[in-house]
Design a binder for this molecule. Structure first.
Ligand code: F6P
Length: 573
């Protein structure tokens, strides 16, 4: 097959062959052999070498199933596949999302005012800051009470409507900062809720206990066509209009004061009935799942936490972007996380990445990164449209520790192997120390004891010999054996404040780009979400016809026809 000129595909390089050999060797390692993590982790020089840091963040990847030679081979692979060139192409606004003809410039969303970043011929930084300033000014006017509702009341509640990338990132950051002292102080007396699912149950939950006269609805949709978001937006528009009628207020005034939009399709938002001055734009060079640093995230977050907290988050993300673009690959956190991901998923065939934050504040981090990763790299063809001869993409899941330990860790320890990222912090957002009252350690130390213990348990395991020495009965030996040799990385942050949450976001966003660059896929389109949407439209039409005119359900396979009939019959009783 003829290939376009450019860097070789990863699997055509020498580094790839070397890595395949290394993987085979490491996979053959037995429990007593020198390549089992139980032995590897004892090597002080190796442990020292497999550690990197940036701005107080330590990344320990000594519990990955690799040797220092493997790391060199991964770095060689990065060179051979022109990773730097690809990163630079992204950062300099080239249209690397080739199937949609778009640049991928979410990094520009957090660039300081004095930066110059071109997309095509135009510097996008001034327009980014123009919107940012408008968002901050609007948020301030709502927070201060200058912007009042249609009945003259102060707005203290925000409902952000949006789904996928227009929801998960903002919710992750909202949750991450909810118990941060500075952010919490800035949020005093304010409520932020999200409405994502088209399920009417989600509407009920979002509206429960909420007063429309003190509520601002933010409709967040890049395209302003997403079916779920549009239905939820119409539903809440009616809710506001009904409230206006009840309060004797003007309906148009109610919408003008209580509904704003964030979209890259400004005319669609104004067609919906939202005044242009209440629409906050962004650009087609911001992918939905990469849009939390645009008005998509910045608007709801600035309304809740104020501009200073949001700016600290953006600055944090930018600092990690700068590190990503400038640090040597051997010390570059996002590059290392990316290369290790390729190693685990493709060479060792560990295709699940478990994100395990030892921080309750990061409870929505796995869900957000699940979308960023799986929508980006869940692909089966190369950038050129050829079928991939290798497995790409990862299945991402996760829960905060220690909760996960009492749930799915059983499988990680003794069932299937997953690549685990343990993410923790030196300081807690909310320290509790009752050592003076007789507790052994502070509550955060107790949490972090688990953060340190789990990776070792996964790496070293427990042998039959050790169990025998402990006198474990013979019939339980196999049940109690831990094979170990299970890979993990530990990321230890100083704390999780706004800046650090921004750094964490950028670290993972950029690591996902690295994986896509190595695999040679387009990480920035998402054609795989389309077919289901088209079929849902067809089903919607059938449901409408059946309900309104008793029209027979037609045009579906027998299985769907039968289930639709059951659904219709059941709901008409
Ligand atoms: O912001 P929009 O246009 O409403 O899209 C929401 C989400 O839907 C998707 O297109 C997937 O269906 C995501 O990529 C996107 O983040």
């Amino acid at each position: 097959m003829s290939r376009k000129p450019g860097p070789p595909a990863a699997w055509e390089t020498d580094a790839w062959s070397k890595l395949e050999k290394s993987a085979a060797k490491l996979q053959q390692s037995d429990a007593d052999g020198p390549l089992h993590l139980r032995q590897l982790i004892e090597d002080e020089d190796r442990c020292e070498a497999l550690r990197a840091s940036f701005d107080g963040i330590t990344m320990d990847y000594s519990r990955q199933k690799l040797t220092t030679e493997t790391v060199n081979e991964l770095l060689e692979l990065a060179e051979a596949t022109h990773l730097k060139v690809k990163m630079t192409a992204m950062a300099s606004g080239k249209a690397i999302n080739t199937t949609e003809g778009r640049a991928v410039m979410h990094m520009a969303l957090r660039a300081p005012k004095n930066e110059k970043i071109l997309v095509g011929d135009s510097d996008v930084v001034p327009e980014v800051h123009e919107v940012l300033d408008r968002v901050y000014a609007f948020a301030e006017s709502v927070r201060s009470g200058e912007h009042k509702g249609a009945t003259g009341k102060k707005i203290d509640t925000v409902i952000s409507i949006g789904i996928g990338g227009s929801y998960l990132g903002p919710e992750f950051v909202f949750e991450a900062l909810r118990t941060d002292e500075t952010a919490a102080a800035a949020a005093q007396g304010r409520t932020l809720k999200f409405l994502a699912n088209v399920d009417p149950v989600d509407v009920a939950r979002a509206l429960s206990g909420v007063d429309p006269e003190t509520t601002l609805v933010v409709v967040v949709s890049k395209t302003f066509t997403t079916a779920e978001t549009m239905l939820n937006a119409r539903t809440l528009r009616r809710w506001l209009e009904d409230a206006a009628t009840k309060a004797g207020a003007d309906k148009a005034e109610m919408i003008a004061k209580h509904m704003i939009a964030v979209s890259a399709a400004v005319p669609k938002a104004t067609d919906f009935g939202i005044a242009e001055e209440n629409v906050f734009g962004f650009w087609d060079w911001v992918g939905g799942r990469y849009s939390v640093c645009s008005a998509v995230g910045v608007m709801p977050l600035a309304l809740q936490y104020g501009p200073d907290v949001v700016q600290a988050f953006l600055d944090g993300a930018w600092s990690m972007d700068e590190h990503f673009l400038s640090a040597d690959f051997s010390e570059n956190l996002p590059v290392l996380v990316g290369l290790i991901g390729v190693w685990n998923a493709t060479f060792l065939e560990y295709n699940v990445q478990a994100l395990l934050p030892y921080s309750q504040a990061l409870l929505r981090f796995p869900a957000h990164i699940q979308q960023v990763s799986m929508e980006s790299n869940g692909k089966r063809v190369t950038l050129e449209g050829e079928h991939l001869p290798i497995e790409a993409g990862e299945i991402v899941l996760g829960e905060p520790g220690t909760n996960g330990q009492h749930s799915f860790y059983q499988l990680i320890h003794q069932g299937r192997v997953m690549a685990c990222d343990f993410i923790g912090s030196i300081k807690s957002q909310q320290p509790i120390d009752a050592t003076a009252q007789g507790e052994d350690v502070s509550n955060h130390d107790e949490l972090m004891a688990n953060f340190f213990a789990q990776p070792d348990a996964l790496a070293t395991g427990k042998t039959i010999k050790e169990l025998e020495a402990e006198g474990v009965p013979k019939d339980l030996l196999n049940h109690k054996e831990f094979p170990g040799n299970r890979p993990s990385t530990q990321l230890l942050f100083p704390c999780f404040d706004a800046k650090r949450v921004g750094q964490l976001l950028s670290l993972y966003e950029n690591s996902i780009a690295v994986k896509g660059f190595i695999w040679g896929v387009n990480s920035f389109d998402q054609w795989g979400v389309e077919l289901g949407k088209v079929l849902a439209k067809q089903v919607r039409g059938a449901l409408q016809g059946a309900r309104a005119e008793n029209a027979p359900v037609k045009g579906f396979n027998p299985a769907t026809t039968s289930l639709l009939k059951t659904y219709l019959e059941g709901s008409s009783n």
